[in-house]
Design a binder for this molecule. Sequence first.
Ligand code: ADP
Ligand code: MG
Length: 333
Amino acid sequence: MNEFALIDHYFKALAERAGGPGCDLGIGDDCALVTVPPGQQLAITADTLVAGVHFPRETAPFDIGYKALAVNLSDLASSGARPAWFSLCLTLPQREAAWLDDFCAGLAALMEQVPVRLIGGDTTRGPLSITIQALGWVEKGKALRRDGGRPGDDIYVSGQIGAAGAGLRLVQTPSPWPADDTDGLAPAREAAVQRLNRPAPRNRLGESLVGEASACIDISDGLLADLGHLLDSSGTGATLDLARIPLAELLNTPAGLARLGLNADAARLFALGAGDDYELCFTAPPARRETIAALSARAGVTVTCIGTLTDRPGTLIDTASGQPLPATGYTHF
Ligand code: ADP
Ligand code: MG
């Protein structure tokens, strides 16, 4: 199969799946052409996943496809943009049909949950790397940004924190898991590894927060690090109530902590610094509490208030101790 037959077989087929808005010209020409509805702004994001850096080399191709799209959809969610289109730039060491089948199945699985259309890309040979660029739209001037937070706003986080980090820890240090599941943790372990490999982008929630949230960011490098970006952009500080931070089940039960070799305090810090959650961290004035609760229920995603923005830029204070918290998280350099 030559390069063009490969593109036709795998990617044109994927592009022709139902879902997502149409495009004026898709795969097969030099550029794709799309039309953004009147009154909307185009939201554009891209993320690269490199084997051995962003995912363990032994990650299943299905999960690689799923995650490559999920992290991009998460950026659209955090901007409050509705996903519309994406392009796929794939660098592959070799053309392996089974690998490509599974990779495309992973993409298709997420495209089914969050309708979005494949409109183009590039295919080259080299060390495994996947770059997806996703495009969406949001009403002009209404996108959620990092810089809209104001002192007094509540700070919220969606879902639970630390599952993907715990999953990575389990994948990297395969402790002998009791085969008979004596501590009953097999489902929590499965959920953590699943969260690492197949993040759940919060697109319904993100879109519904437009006009309600004052600022928003998605958590890719750890809650503390990403909240830190929001604080820097908004020119505020924050107090955080650590006891209210919703922890993943493995980090929240004695059996889970024993498995991970962490005590309760260490688990909390671990969760605050662990990356790959792809939850939304956002702010809203206290007057919006009932609305936020209603939007959370409608999106089917729990949302927890974990703190407050303050007028002291550069400070992040633990409410219980009154002490500063470290701005930790994953950075590349
Ligand atoms: P060009 O040489 O003009 O850049 P290519 O030969 O790279 O074009 O690609 C041919 C067509 O196939 C283009 O429309 C491109 O968008 C599409 N394409 C190539 N690789 C992919 C891919 N991995 N996923 C989706 N579309 C792809
Ligand atoms: Mg060309």
